[in-house]
Design a protein around this ligand. Structure first.
Ligand code: NDP
Length: 462
């Protein structure tokens, strides 16, 4: 028996926190977890899960239109925002319950309170003032939307946190940012009938993705009627006499909208957590600095997930939690593997991607073979919708390894998951060629692109 109250105290009930607490507890460790808001964290409560539900909701107008081409007559339609929000709330409450149940079943002590560090082994619950000691402490408090306080009128804007629970659906929205959240919400709001403008400071949206995907999505979004303004930023947001908002931008003058949403990245949630008291080191962005095993500079304190600003994705936080458990409680030192993470942007159409973009691969390898297909998806033939799917394989010519796959089109996220396995397994283009196609699918294109569309040699397209 140690002198500590707990073997493990976890601060933060999101993906990484709940996973580490639940598994440690099920291993027989004495575990406590504290959460100030709702169990499930950003992903479940105001991130991935409600976002995906809203994506589905926003796709129906296109489905209704497409139905006509297949012989259907669709009657009058109407959309009830409050009903969607209520249905979403019901689902996330159910999921939150499952998270709690998992912790209860594993016999972890659950605290509904903000918790802060007192020292390297002590945690204080803000609600009650109680303190507990623990041999190990995990900080998994996630991130929070960048408020962009330098922007005049930032207090009039909303973030993704509020977007899920707006009282009414705005008639028009201006979304700032060109990353995952800006792009996904621009498509959601547009699909729900909101006049949508996206404003991004760079030359092309989704700066960290393959340029083909970025351009393809940009075109598709504009073709739907989403206005995209690049190379511009909002300089000021103010109230309009009619109750709406006016956004003044650097280059495009003023835009009058009901709502302005900022999606300018997420900051680690480390303020006021007592990290200074415990001596935990932070980086310039306020993220907790960790080593390869998610250890902070204080030997008893660990950090997982978005608060460490490694890769801000739910499955990564969960993976880091599992590695922490292996290392600390199973005597099996395991480093999180952040290489070849498949990811999806739930835009409409989706982007699914794993590995290097063409630009990154060109800077890393001497010669690349690029296989590229662009086609109209089968569903669009009868619906008459003008849309295209783009698929791209990037192959290192030297060893034939597929180093990047990028897809823009329906179910690209689902495909990315499976492609993640093939790239992780080190598959070559020959493995793709040797694989029988599944017909008729869009994905069969991935195994039937026999000759390169072009090559890149020493960074130059040849
Ligand atoms: P991202 O990092 O994806 O994008 C932030 C965007 O804001 C970038 O376009 C960036 O521009 C821009 N930006 C940042 N600061 C400023 C500024 N001061 N002025 C103008 N523009 C600015 O963050 P998100 O907020 O979209 O999402 C946060 C994280 O959540 C993501 O990193 C992602 O990991 C995760 N997420 C994942 C999803 C998924 O898996 N489908 C969905 C939603 C979120 P620039 O590109 O020029 O730097």
């Amino acid at each position: 028996m140690t002198a500590y109250d707990y073997d493990l105290f976890v601060i933060g009930g999101g993906s990484g926190g709940v996973r580490s607490a639940r598994v440690a507890s099920s291993l027989g460790k004495r575990v406590a977890i504290a959460e100030e808001y709702r169990y499930g964290g950003t992903c479940v409560i105001r991130g991935c899960v409600p976002k995906k539900l809203f994506v589905y909701a926003s796709q129906f107008p296109e489905h209704f239109e497409d139905a006509v081409g297949f012989g259907w007559t669709v009657g009058e339609r109407s959309f009830d925002w409050k009903k969607l929000v209520a249905a979403k709330d019901q689902e996330i409450t159910r999921l939150e319950g499952l998270y709690r149940k998992g912790l209860e079943n594993a016999k972890a002590d659950i605290y509904d309170s903000r918790a802060e560090l007192v020292d390297a082994h002590t945690v204080k619950l803000v609600k009650t003032g109680q303190t507990f000691t623990a041999e190990r402490i995990v900080i998994a408090v996630g991130g929070t939307p960048n408020e962009h306080k330098a922007l005049k009128g930032h207090e009039l804007t909303i973030s993704s946190n509020e977007a899920f629970d707006l009282e009414t659906l705005p008639r028009s929205i201006l979304i700032a940012g060109g990353g995952y959240i800006a792009v996904e919400f621009a498509n959601i709001f547009h699909g729900l009938g909101v006049e949508t403008t996206l404003i991004y400071r760079g030359k092309e949206i989704l700066s960290r993705f393959d340029l083909d995907m970025r351009r393809g999505l940009h075109e598709a979004m504009e073709a739907k009627g989403i206005r995209i303004i690049c190379s511009d930023v909002i300089e000021e947001v103010s109230k309009a006499p009619d109750g709406g908002l006016v956004a003044r931008t650097l280059n495009n003058g003023t835009l009058s909208v009901d709502t302005v949403m900022l999606a300018l990245g997420r900051d680690p949630n480390t303020k006021g957590l007592g990290l200074e008291a415990a001596g935990v080191a932070l980086d310039k962005r306020g993220a907790i600095v960790v080593d390869e095993y998610s250890r902070t500079n204080v030997p008893s304190i660990f950090a997982l997930g978005d608060v460490t600003d490694r890769v801000q994705l739910t499955p990564v936080a969960i993976h880091e939690a599992m590695c922490f458990i292996e290392t600390e409680f199973k005597n099996n030192p395991t480093k999180p593997d952040h290489d070849l993470i498949a990811t999806a942007v739930f835009s409409q159409p989706e982007i699914g991607t794993v590995g290097l973009s063409e630009e990154e691969a060109a800077s890393r390898y001497q010669e690349l073979e690029v296989y590229r297909a662009q086609f109209r998806p089968m569903k669009a033939t009868l619906s008459g919708r003008a849309e295209k799917t783009i698929m791209k394989l990037i192959v290192n010519a030297e060893d034939r390894k597929v180093v990047g796959v990028h897809i823009l089109g329906h179910e690209a996220g689902e495909m990315a998951q499976l492609l993640g396995i093939t790239l992780k397994a080190g598959c070559t283009k020959d493995d793709f060629d040797n694989t029988m196609a599944v017909h008729p699918t869009a994905a069969e294109e991935l195994v039937t692109m026999y000759s390169p569309s072009y090559r890149i040699r020493n960074g130059e397209r040849v």
